[in-house]
Design a protein around this ligand. Structure first.
Ligand code: GRF
Length: 188
């Protein structure tokens, strides 16, 4: 059974979808812990599903590397086979990435390599794109630059704003993410 730790910073709707999928006894992976860099709504989903959670508040650390060291210490408690970044709005220190690579994957609300970075949805709109997408990638030392594992196009509709477009992308992200975790689990 593949053990998965999920890292978040926000509302955690993608996390919730993964928790729901993993609550099916037939799903070949289990979520062992949820971590966050701040107090956030997504931690409530972990509580509701009875999954241990931890927070490593970024402002409490003098440097990104020190934050990363504590995050790694918390992750090591659970010895996850796979780490999923699902709305983590922090760049991981290169030392942490190197420690776990290639066992960290990330969900991104754009059709990478289009629109990398923290505002992929906003950037697609600003560029006047008529289509964007959702991508699941392997995390490397860059920003959304790792190998693409799965991706799918999502249309940009007239009148879209950042919220409406992001809410159209997220269900695609969730479906791709659940499928990728299932593939990792059955391949392991
Ligand atoms: C997702 O679109 C993810 O790709 C991006 O932030 C969003 C998180 O949404 N990095 P949620 O917190 O899962 O609702």
């Amino acid at each position: 059974m593949l053990s998965v730790a999920v890292l978040i910073s926000g509302g955690g709707s993608n996390l919730r979808a993964l928790l729901e999928a993993a609550s099916d006894p037939g799903f070949p992976a289990r979520i062992v812990a949820v971590g966050a860099d701040r107090e956030c709504g997504g931690l409530r989903h972990a509580e509701r599903f009875g999954i241990p959670s931890f927070t490593v508040p970024y402002p409490r650390f003098a440097t990104r590397d020190q934050w990363g060291d504590e995050l790694a210490a918390q992750l090591d408690v659970w010895q996850p086979d796979l780490i999923v970044l699902s709305g983590l709005m922090r760049l991981l220190p290169t030392g942490l990435v190197a420690r776990y690579a290639p066992r960290i994957i990330n969900t991104h609300p754009a059709y990478l390599p289009e629109f990398p970075g923290p505002h992929g949805v906003r950037d697609a709109l600003a560029a006047g794109a008529t289509q964007t997408g959702a991508s699941i990638i392997v995390v490397d030392e860059g920003v959304d630059s790792g190998p693409i594992i799965a991706q799918e196009r999502v249309p940009v509709l007239p009148g879209d704003d950042e919220h409406t477009l992001h809410e159209r992308i997220k269900p695609v992200e969730r479906r791709l993410l659940i499928d990728v975790v299932r593939r990792y689990a059955t391949a392991s």
